[in-house]
Design a protein around this ligand. Sequence first.
Ligand code: ADP
Length: 158
Amino acid sequence: MTRLAICPGSFDPITYGHLDIIERGARIFDHVIIVVFNNQSKSPLFSVEERFKLIKQSTEHLENVSVDSSGELLIDYATQKNAQAVLRGLRAVSDFEYEMQITSMNRKLNENIETLFMMTNNQYSFLSSSIVKEVAKYKANVSDLVPKPVEEALNKKF
Ligand code: ADP
C-alpha cells in the first residue's frame, strides 16, 4: 500500500517554512501531494496558477512530491485520492486553535483520514506568507525566507 499524505494550504506564496514541512513529510510518506486551495477570504496576491507554478519550481528536487490545485473540500479531495493523512505545520500557539477546529471537522467528515502536525523548524517559527509579502512590498531582502523563483516573482509583483 502506498502511504500518501496531502499537504494543503494557500501557499501565497510558498516559503522555506512550507518547504521544510514538505521535505520532512516526503521522508515519512511514499508520496506527498501539495494542494493549493483557493481561500478567497485571504485575498491572495498570486493566482492559483502562479502559486502552483512556484511550488512546482521550488520542489523539483523532491522525487516523491507532486503539486495539484483544487476547488473542492479538502476532505473530499483527500478521500478521492485514498490518502491516509493530511499533513499540516504548526508554528506558534496561535495556529493551534484554528487547526483544532479544522481537524475536528475533518475527522467528523471522514474519520479514516488522520491529520498529522509537524512542529516548525525553529528557524521558521515566525515565517508566514503574509509577513514575506509585507516586507517584499518594501523591497526588503527575502532570499533566506523563500525559494529563488518566489523571490523573483515577488520582485516582479512589487
Ligand atoms: P492555510 O491558508 O491553509 O493556513 P498556508 O499556506 O498559510 O495555508 O499554510 C499551509 C500549511 O503550512 C499550514 O499547516 C501552516 O501551518 C503551515 N506553515 C506555514 N508556514 C509555516 C512555517 N513557517 N513553519 C511550519 N509550518 C508552516
